[in-house]
Write a protein that binds this ligand. Structure first.
Ligand code: HEC
Length: 138
């Protein structure tokens, strides 16, 4: 049984080896005729006429009241030389006893000077901060 099957298979294999591949005889006649005729006519006419008329009129009258001046630091850098670091007096008189004067008077003395005391280079809010510091500390 087995050997017969193998023989049959071999026979089948041998008889089917005759491939008759026919040649392609397709007559391809490619005739590409590309006729590109690009006629670009760009005519850009940019006429930019920018007329900027910025009239900024900033009228900032900011006297920064957001961050209060440091009265202690100002006293140390401006007043301590003459009145002592603790306001106890030096070239200028001791200041503790002067606290009976109203703020406005202190500020006037600081900004404008008084007799022997020269005007101090600071603005009103700074003078006020110094006075506040003196009142709370001296
Ligand atoms: C250059 C030295 C000098 C500096 C700086 C100075 N003072 Fe005076 N200050 C004097 C003298 C001197 C007097 C006395 C003025 C007078 O003849 O009455 C005086 C007077 C004063 C008085 C009035 C006391 C009085 O007897 O009439 C006050 C208040 C005062 N000073 C505060 C300040 C404060 C606050 C600062 C800092 C912002 C300051 N001074 C900076 C020298 C100074």
């Amino acid at each position: 049984m087995r050997p017969l099957l193998i023989v049959l298979l071999l026979l089948a294999a041998c008889t089917s080896t005759e491939d008759t591949a026919k040649d392609d005889t397709a007559g391809d006649a490619d005739t590409d005729t590309d006729t590109d005729t690009d006629t670009d006519t760009d005519t850009d006419t940019d006429t930019d006429t920018d007329t900027d008329t910025d009239t900024d009129t900033d009228t900032d009258t900011d006297t920064d009241t957001d961050v209060p001046p440091d009265g202690a630091a100002l006293f140390a850098s401006t007043c301590a030389n003459c009145h002592g670091a603790d306001g106890g007096g030096g070239v200028g008189p001791a200041l503790a006893s002067e606290l009976t004067r109203p703020d406005a008077e202190w500020i006037e003395i600081i900004l404008l000077g008084k007799d022997e005391m020269p005007a101090q280079p600071m603005v009103e809010v700074e003078a006020q901060a110094v006075v506040d510091w003196c009142r709370s500390t001296l």
